[in-house]
Design a protein around this ligand. Structure first.
Ligand SMILES: Cc1cc2nc3c(=O)[nH]c(=O)nc-3n(C[C@H](O)[C@H](O)[C@H](O)COP(=O)(O)O)c2cc1C
Length: 191
């Protein structure tokens, strides 16, 4: 009798486990299909690039990742009139790599990564150098975009592409400081 009960219990457990596996199998492909394959990673100190990145992510149905400095930038740090300010000192030294707080989860899931940054002294801030050197860009399409007070994207995109060493880097685009969702839409449509 005891043996019979044990055998019945084991059979029941096998049926339940099989059902569980079937449920997991049928959930996986749908969940996979729903995952965005585009990431918009952005760095922003005064909000312009953040707004741009949000509009772009919305347009491309992409995930958003904020590139946050471990030591946040203060208003004094951003004073470009001051030769001793943190931003000026960093931009004058191309070996500086400000630390980033956090990492992109599941970076491998993305085929396309848009990197959004403000122009600092005609280049991307050094923290973008840290970002691009922290990941493997092999097999990814990468699109640099920026905001600025008037300068164009210039050589900032090709500079960080060189640091990244791999990936297919598209020509970037500068949106200047204030960008309308319509301008972003027009750009995204042309991608
Ligand atoms: C340190 C520093 C340097 C800058 N250098 C330039 C520049 O070379 N050319 C330009 O057009 N704007 C320059 N700007 C203006 C920013 O690119 C612009 O305000 C940008 O939209 C700021 O983005 P954010 O609000 O996302 O931080 C500079 C701003 C800072 C703080």
């Amino acid at each position: 009798m005891r043996k019979l009960l044990t055998a019945m219990l084991m059979a029941l457990m096998m049926v339940l486990t099989a059902c569980g596996n079937e449920a997991a199998k049928s959930e996986t492909p749908a969940a996979e299909a729903a995952k965005p394959t585009t990431l918009v990673a952005y760095f922003s100190c005064t909000g312009h690039t953040k707004t741009l990145a949000e509009n772009v992510a919305n347009e491309l149905n992409a995930d958003l990742f904020e590139i946050k400095a471990k030591v946040p930038y203060t208003a004094d740090d951003l004073d470009w009139h001051n030769e001793q300010s943190r931003s000026t000192v960093e931009m004058n030294d191309d070996s500086v790599r400000p630390e980033i707080d956090g990492k992109v989860d599941n970076f491998a899931q993305y085929d396309t990564v848009v990197i959004a940054y403000p122009i600092w002294w005609h280049q991307a801030p050094r923290i973008i150098d840290t970002f691009v050197e922290s990941y493997d860009w092999n097999g990814k399409t990468v699109i640099p975009i920026c905001t600025s007070g008037g300068s164009d994207i210039g050589t900032s995109g090709s500079y960080i592409a060189n640091l990244a060493k791999s990936g297919t880097w598209k020509e970037g685009h500068c949106f200047f400081a204030k960008t309308s969702p319509d301008e972003v839409k027009a750009w995204a449509t042309g991608l």
